[in-house]
Design a protein around this ligand. Structure first.
Ligand code: P6P
Length: 355
């Protein structure tokens, strides 16, 4: 039985590993390196504009995997610097066949001086970074896939197509949220656990052992300034929420929009809710704003593992077959009954019925 407030992330991973007696420990070690990268980013984010003035060094990053090429000062945009931290703190560990990130057009190869492993790491190193300047919570999102068998066997360079796997194949997904506290929220396929960074120990300590999302909610999250660009089923769903007790829902709703996906999803994991970033007519050629591989898929994995649902309005997000590494997708995720209702409205509008 996980002991909240007592187990570290390491203890949790070791206990989870008991389900796989033949496991080598590589998977756990990779997750711990990802967690270390998040701790390094948390430290930089915490200094905000002061980091530049104080020339804050990056001890964690510079001590691991060679020189950090920004001389320790946060003089680069934080999201680019966060990307470099993820790459530097994972490229050397021998567990990865390759990496892909929102900040890199092409996948990153593991340098020939390092051993290559069997996993692929996909990440958005600093999501919501536009909120940094106004001190609103931001986060890092990550997803771990198994590399194709021929990549593992040959140790060859990875290509974009090696990453194009449906979200249902993820072996783990999680995010770090840099807020009043720094937390790591993780699933290795057996539910969702939340860890709070103990600043005195520098350890992620289990604080939310088994996160579950209520099937119903009275809270929705969407950027309503886009309402004139929405499809009719989105408008119908949101208008019914706004009508509250006076409308077909018969109950009042509350609205939240942080404009930082990690913060909005974290709130939903903690107390329920539904998050929508649908297609809109502003850029009709784009299926949505959010990215499938390193935003929607990891978040959908967590949400489903916590008993929620996640669709693109018509299909389960984790079933979608990616065609491009940086492709975008519409996202409706959160409390199961609300996601199913909003999805049913889309299918009804298409002349179909929910399966
Ligand atoms: P908007 C942040 O830039 C982000 O990618 C997500 O974290 C967030 O949910 C969304 O965009 C906010 O978008 O259009 O409301 O600024």
């Amino acid at each position: 039985m996980p002991l909240s407030g007592r187990w570290t992330l390491t203890r949790y991973l070791i206990e989870e590993r008991r389900r796989y007696p033949g496991a080598s420990g590589d998977f756990n070690a990779l997750i711990l390196d990802v967690a270390l990268a998040c701790k390094a980013i948390a430290r930089i984010v915490a200094f905000g504009p002061l980091a530049d003035a104080l020339g804050t060094a990056l001890p964690e990053a510079s001590a691991v995997g060679g020189e950090v090429n920004v001389q320790g000062e946060v003089q680069k945009p934080l999201d680019v610097l966060s990307n470099e931290i993820f790459v530097r703190m994972n490229e050397w560990n021998g567990h990865l066949a390759g990496m892909a990130s929102e900040e890199m057009a092409q996948p990153a190869q593991i340098p020939p001086s390092y051993q290559r492993g069997k996993y692929l790491l996909v990440f958005d190193p600093l999501d919501g970074s536009s909120n940094i300047d106004v001190n609103v919570s931001v986060g890092s999102i990550f997803s771990i896939l198994r590399a194709p068998e021929d990549v593992i066997a040959s140790g060859r360079d990875v290509t974009e197509s090696d990453f194009l796997q449906p979200g249902a194949t993820q072996m783990a997904a999680g995010y770090a949220i840099y807020g009043p506290t720094t937390m790591l929220v993780l699933s290795v396929g057996n539910g969702v656990a939340g860890f709070t960074l103990n600043p005195n120990l520098g350890e992620f300590v289990l604080s939310h052992p088994n996160i579950q999302i209520p099937a119903d909610t009275t809270e929705f999250a969407i950027n309503t300034s886009n309402s004139r660009f929405w499809e009719p089923p989105v408008k119908r769903y949101v208008d019914e929420c706004l009508a509250g007790k006076t409308g077909p829902r018969g109950k009042d709703f509350n609205m939240r929009w942080v404009a930082s996906m990690v913060a909005d999803v974290h709130r939903i994991l903690c107390r329920g809710g539904v998050f929508l970033y649908p297609w809109d007519a502003r850029e009709p050629d784009k299926p949505g704003k959010l990215r499938l591989m390193y935003e929607a898929n990891p978040m959908a994995f967590l949400i489903e593992q916590a008993g929620g649902a996640a669709t693109n309005g018509r299909q389960r997000i984790l079933d979608l077959m990616p065609a491009k590494l940086h492709e975008r997708v519409s996202v409706i995720l959160g409390s199961k009954n609300e996601v199913e209702r909003a999805t049913a409205y889309h299918l009804e509008a298409d002349g179909k019925t929910a399966s």
